[in-house]
Design a protein around this ligand. Structure first.
Ligand SMILES: C[S@@+](CC[C@H](N)C(=O)[O-])C[C@H]1O[C@@H](n2cnc3c(N)ncnc32)[C@H](O)[C@@H]1O
Length: 338
């Protein structure tokens, strides 16, 4: 086995190149194999995607996937993005056929299937089908020890929410009057006002975005009235305060436009925005990120920008050159918001 050379785009056939890489040598794989019979990348019979049957295609993608699993560390993840295809007027569900086969090999768990919701999907002529505007990103891991940095995933949205917090002097003031009018003991009222003041301070200092207060006899108990912790607090102490941290719920859906970068001569570029969020979620600085179908180098570029090492494999020398060009003139902000 060869030593791995990092921060390089290898011009070669993915399966062969992967076979020469040591096991457990990368932290994260993110890739998008060519879709079945969709585009000609100019690679002849060696290129994936030109197979005659679906089964041949799935076998070829799966062989590469299994090599990716082998070269990934036990703490790592393998992310595959595939697109579907209409065959004889019906959806083939190819991405899911691939995922089922991958799971049947029993070497990986599927921890999430993230749905990419396209903000600008390609319009279709067919008036008897809706426009396809989603694609899956399957996140496979090798063990339960996988690296997962939820806080850093979509962190800019959390930061944005936190900036929207109220700085008005009126925050929480309405509750003082409600406490005074509530049928609470004097001791309960004192405690309620003390905790209310603390919550107001937390909003002013930015620890929380806002809060809600529930007071016995004034606000309803939570639905069902069961002995949940919050209902107990209201019953026993006379009040309860719910802190609102302002963090966005981290769901398995990510919205992003299809890349329509004018200057990119590759026909199937995936969004650097999604890739960078996955890199932040599934790796840390200094880790190694591999893309065995490197194309125009989106994964490698995102990895470089986020201070990870990268390895790209691409069969077409023109795209290797394109990737190297993009890597040379990395401009993070520009690449993200074109
Ligand atoms: C869907 S594109 C990847 C695009 C990439 N995600 C981007 O953002 O630019 C798939 C790429 O795989 C390459 N490819 C096809 N078969 C290959 C093989 N057997 N080994 C290596 N690369 C291959 C194609 O030339 C194409 O550039």
């Amino acid at each position: 086995m060869n030593e791995i050379i990092k921060n390089k785009i290898i011009c070669g056939e993915s399966l062969e190149e992967l076979k020469s890489m040591p096991s457990g040598s990368v932290d994260l794989v993110i890739t998008s194999p060519p879709y079945f019979q969709q585009r000609n990348y100019g690679n002849g019979s060696l290129g994936i995607g030109n197979e005659v049957t679906e089964n041949e295609y799935l076998d070829n993608v799966l062989a590469i996937f299994m090599q990716c699993v082998r070269v990934t560390k036990s703490t790592g993840a393998i992310v595959f993005n595939l697109g579907d295809k209409y065959i004889d007027g019906g959806l083939s569900l190819l991405p899911f056929k691939f995922a089922i086969r991958a799971l049947e090999r029993k070497k990986v768990f599927l921890i999430n299937q993230i749905t990419w919701s396209k903000l600008n999907p390609t319009p279709r002529q067919d008036k008897r089908k809706l426009i396809q505007a989603t694609e899956p990103f399957f996140i496979f891991v090798k063990s339960k020890k996988y690296h997962f940095d939820l806080e850093n995933y979509l962190k800019h949205l959390d930061d944005f929410n936190k900036k929207k917090r109220s700085t008005s002097n009126k925050v929480g003031q309405k509750y003082f009057e409600l406490i005074d009018n509530a049928e609470l003991t004097e001791k309960e009222k004192d405690h309620a006002k003390r905790d209310l003041n603390e919550a107001i301070q937390k909003v002013h200092s930015g620890t929380i975005v806002s809060f809600r207060m529930k007071i016995r006899g004034i606000h309803k108990l939570a639905y069902g009235g069961q002995d949940g912790g919050r209902n107990n607090q209201i019953r026993n102490n006379g009040f309860s305060i719910i802190n609102i941290l302002g963090n966005k719920l981290k769901k398995d859906v990510i919205e992003s436009p299809v890349e329509i970068t004018k200057n990119n001569r590759h026909p199937a570029v995936y969004p650097i925005y999604i890739v960078q969020e996955l890199i932040k979620l599934l790796s840390k600085e200094g880790d190694t990120v591999l893309d065995p179908f490197c194309g125009s180098g989106t994964t490698c570029l995102a990895a470089k920008n986020l201070h990870r090492d990268y390895i790209g494999i691409e069969i077409n020398p023109d795209y290797v050159e394109l990737t190297n060009e993009r890597l040379r003139k990395t401009d993070y902000a520009q690449e993200l918001f074109v």
